[in-house]
Design a protein around this ligand. Structure first.
Ligand SMILES: O=c1ccn([C@H]2C[C@H](O)[C@@H](CO)O2)c(=O)[nH]1
Ligand SMILES: [Zn+2]
Length: 130
């Protein structure tokens, strides 16, 4: 098992998902080689819940890192989980278009896409010039 998959599968066990019963784990590697992980944290006030990817990003930024090199997301579904629209934008803040995102199931099915595939034409700093 890759180290990223191992981290994502492990952190997924800590997910707080009593409302959807859909536990998600995310792990990312930064340019320095460090690995950060996060799980979804739901709330009884449903919109206050946060995704696994957001948790991993928060851990990365809290540790002083900002450059994502690779992402791995895992859930217990039959189909590999894909990051929601909001998480695509959150990941794009710290990832180039070529960053690989592996979407996976606990059973081991994997699908890979790049950030450019997941969020084509992403809104970025260049759009705010002028
Ligand atoms: O990539 C994804 C997709 C969904 N979820 C969470 C949000 C919510 O807690 C649950 C159901 O949508 O799964 C994630 O954490 N990451
Ligand atoms: Zn999300």
């Amino acid at each position: 098992m890759s180290d990223l998959r191992e981290a994502a599968v492990k952190v997924r066990e800590n997910a707080h998902a009593p409302y959807s019963n859909f536990k998600v784990g995310a792990a990312l590697r930064t340019a320095s080689g460090a690995v950060f992980s996060g799980c979804n944290v739901e709330n009884v006030a449903f919109p206050q819940g946060t995704c696994a990817e957001a948790g991993a990003i928060a851990a990365m930024v809290a540790a002083g890192e900002r450059e994502i090199a690779e992402v791995y997301v895992v859930a217990g579904s039959d189909m590999p989980v894909t990051p929601c629209g909001g998480c695509r934008q959150k990941l794009a803040e710290f990832s180039g278009d070529l960053v690989s995102v592996t979407m996976a199931t606990v059973a081991g099915k994997e699908q890979k896409m790049t950030m450019g595939d997941l969020l084509p034409g992403a809104f970025g700093a260049a759009h705010m010039q002028g």
